[in-house]
Ligand binder design. Structure first.
Ligand code: FAD
Ligand code: ZN
Length: 479
């Protein structure tokens, strides 16, 4: 299919007419301000859609795909449009249909005994968490975009977030999928089975495929008993190595109770102080601040005891310089709010370069020390926003332009060289250039350069087999 030439007016009118007949007024947006769908969250990619299709049922999704296939028009699936790699916005050709799942937002069923819930793909993550909580259960996936991202988007990008340490990423929380294939067929794979070895695992193939292999229309998700108590603390460390030792100690002393272990460098929290001065920072500035969360099946007193024991031992061992345990739920939320405000503060500070890297946890302190130094040498004045999920070996290793330089100029001139320094260091240590945000369009060239040719060949073969017309999110992940 030729994706770059303009669509001839007859084809486009016929497709739009057929889509309107299928979806009605509420289901098809044409013309007007479509920027909420066409501009990505980081404002790095602006596209133009032929129209926005907003089906309300799985059958309608299948109908949209069949119509697009018949007219040779490709589709870009979109959930909450909070993705960070330019995967969910249309290209600039004006000939793609943006397929928004946002009207498919019903909780279909909760099975308390099986600890599962089945939801439409367009359900907002926070609504899913709340529906589980209403039954006294926990759906643990949690990330700063949870008020607007959708389960379909979370699964399509295999999102990570802040609870991976204990519960795994989106993939680990999904037991079944309902999808529409590129030929417009519906596969109902909504099993709530924890064991099922009947051939290739299609669910795991589609999870993380970023809308390039199938459209996710519903999912069966794993639930957990809700912890009796959840407690959060901050601690400061002189070095990332000390933070790593604190992580090891916390694992020994608190076992599976440790649900989050996040680190933030001083510049990250400094940006939060500058752009959100109303947010209280309870500890004095330090090279590194750690946010720890414990979840406890016994009681709040038990969790507090564990925390106090851990932090006292860490102080005595010289691993931390200071600590504060949240006294209440609002205080706990306040600590999380600090951590989650870093990407927003960074956005307010100006355009920036994001790296979402994974490494063996043990390699992270040395990686940061040597890569910070290499970048500072090559680009004097560069500002490092280093934060993320140390417990998972996943850092958001982000770069802000020197304060006295126009960010857009700096990025235009130096982004490729900066990426090379960072990704060469990651590759040398056996890491990944995308831990949780995916590839989209942003990292497609980097993936092509750095993934093994054998793996890339297998990926292309899968894409060709499942979507031979290149209808689903073409130009994303692999070419
Ligand atoms: P979208 O952005 O709409 O789409 C993402 C990708 O999935 C696109 O390629 C799209 O085509 C595809 N897609 C969407 N829906 C479907 C569907 N139903 N079927 C098939 N394909 C589909 N991510 C993390 O992993 N961890 C974090 O901690 C984290 N924090 C974030 C914090 C902020 C403030 C923001 C803005 C984003 C953050 N993200 C994080 C990025 C994260 O990937 C997204 O927030 C979320 O998972 C994407 O969901 P969405 O519904 O917005 O998907
Ligand atoms: Zn993250």
């Amino acid at each position: 299919m030729n994706h770059s030439s303009p669509l001839d007016p007859q084809t486009s009118a016929a497709l739009l007419q057929a889509l309107h007949t299928l979806l009605g007024d509420a289901g098809l947006l044409q013309g007007g301000d479509l920027s909420a769908y066409e501009l990505d969250w980081r404002k790095r990619y602006v596209g133009r859609a032929l129209a926005v299709a907003r089906p309300a049922t799985t059958e309608q999704v299948a109908g949209v795909v069949r119509l697009c296939a018949a007219h040779g028009v490709s589709l870009v699936p979109q959930g909450g449009n909070t993705g960070l790699v330019g995967g969910s916005t249309p290209d600039a050709s004006g000939r793609q249909i943006l397929l928004s799942l946002s009207r498919m937002n019903q909780v279909r069923a909760i099975d308390e005994a099986n600890l599962t819930m089945t939801v439409d793909a367009g359900c907002i993550l926070q609504a899913v968490q709340e529906a589980a909580a209403q039954q006294g259960l926990l759906f643990p996936l949690s990330l700063a975009a949870e008020g607007s991202c959708t389960i379909g988007g979370n699964l399509a990008s295999n999102a990570g977030g802040t609870q991976v340490l204990r519960y795994g990423n989106a993939r680990d929380l999904c037991l079944g999928l309902e999808v529409v294939t590129a030929s417009g067929e519906i596969w109902d794979g909504l099993s709530g089975l924890r064991k099922d070895n009947t051939g290739y695992d299609l669910r795991h193939l589609i999870i993380g495929s970023e809308g390039t292999l199938a459209i996710i229309t519903a999912a069966t998700l794993k639930l957990y008993p809700k912890p009796v108590a959840q407690m959060t603390a901050l601690a400061t460390c002189d070095s990332l190595d000390a933070a790593l030792q604190l992580l090891m100690l916390a694992r020994v002393q608190t076992g599976s109770g440790l649900t989050a272990f996040e680190v933030m460098n001083e510049f990250s929290l400094g940006l939060v102080r500058r752009h959100f001065p109303q947010l209280q920072q309870p500890l004095p500035a330090a090279a590194w601040t750690v946010l720890l969360e414990l979840s406890d099946a016994e009681s709040e007193a038990h969790a507090r005891g564990l925390f106090e024991g851990l932090l006292e031992a860490a102080l005595e061992a010289g691993l931390i310089t200071d600590a504060a345990v949240a006294e209440s739920l609002p205080q706990s939320r306040g600590l999380w709010h600090l951590r989650e405000s870093i990407p927003l503060a960074q956005g307010l500070e100006g355009l920036n370069i994001k790296h979402d890297i994974a490494l063996p946890v043990s390699a992270i302190p040395a990686f940061v020390a040597s890569t910070d130094a290499a970048l500072a040498l090559a680009f004097p004045g560069i500002r490092m926003v280093d934060f993320g999920h140390l417990g998972d070996g996943n850092l958001h290793y982000n770069v802000q332009a020197p304060e006295d330089m126009a960010a857009a100029d700096f990025l235009a001139r130096h982004e490729p060289a900066i990426n090379r320094i960072v990704y060469d260091a990651v590759t040398a240590l056996g890491g990944s250039i995308s831990a949780e945000h995916g590839i989209g369009q942003l990292k497609r060239a980097d993936l092509a350069e750095r993934k093994s040719p054998v793996a890339l060949g297998l990926m292309r073969a899968i894409k060709q087999a499942l979507d031979p017309q290149a209808l689903l999110n073409p130009g994303r992940v692999i070419s």
